[in-house]
Design a protein around this ligand. Structure first.
Ligand SMILES: Nc1nc2c(ncn2[C@@H]2O[C@H](COP(=O)(O)OP(=O)(O)OP(=O)(O)O)[C@@H](O)[C@H]2O)c(=O)[nH]1
Ligand SMILES: [Mg+2]
Length: 165
């Protein structure tokens, strides 16, 4: 066989091998960064419902959270390990024990709740905003229950309710 032919065959083999590697042996995708997020809000605000929706789970059988529950919520570029803390009166007094290590906060509120309940939610929100372990973290306030006719709009919630009086 001529040297030219041998060289051409070798180049073909390298080309085929490179194509095969590219198509079949891509290897695992790079790992997504994970962040720990704490999710709080009064009972019934919709924390579990929100997290179930984000995890593409059904909403059947959702019951008030006793203690806390953790869900890994996948996004294209990151995974949020969200720790939901139950919002019932006998649980929320212990919220701050579970703040350590959080890298972000989601506060869910029922925008259609009574003025009294929204006032209570605001007090909890302000305690959380001032807590040393949360005060420097990214903080999302979700005005939930927007489908209800009595719901206040996010602007009404932020302007009339959430700003300190
Ligand atoms: N109409 C309406 N109902 C909602 C919405 N979000 C949640 N709910 C309902 O509100 C009720 C309470 O929802 P949960 O998700 O259990 O509330 P939670 O904040 O997890 O409550 P705790 O675990 O007790 O702190 C359920 O019956 C939900 O179906 C919403 O956006 N609109
Ligand atoms: Mg819950």
């Amino acid at each position: 066989m001529s040297e030219h032919l041998q060289l051409s065959l070798a180049l073909c083999r390298i080309g085929l091998y490179t194509c095969f590697r590219a198509l079949c042996c891509k290897g695992p995708p790079p790992p997504r960064p994970e962040y720990d997020v704490v999710c709080i809000g009064l009972t019934g605000a919709g924390k579990t419902s929100l997290l179930s929706r984000l995890c593409s789970e059904g909403s059947d059988g959702i019951v008030p959270t006793t203690g806390f529950s953790i869900k890994a919520v996948p996004f294209p570029n990151a995974i949020l390990n969200v720790k939901e803390l139950g919002g019932a009166d006998n649980i929320k007094k212990y919220w701050s024990r579970y703040y350590q290590g959080s890298q972000g906060v989601v506060f869910v509120l029922d925008s259609a709740s009574s003025d009294e309940d929204l006032e209570a939610a605001r007090n909890e929100l302000h305690s959380a905003l001032q807590h040393p372990q949360l005060c420097t973290l990214p903080f999302l306030i979700l005005a939930n229950h927007q489908d209800k006719p009595a719901a206040r709009t996010p602007n009404q919630v932020s302007d009339q309710w959430l700003l300190p009086k």
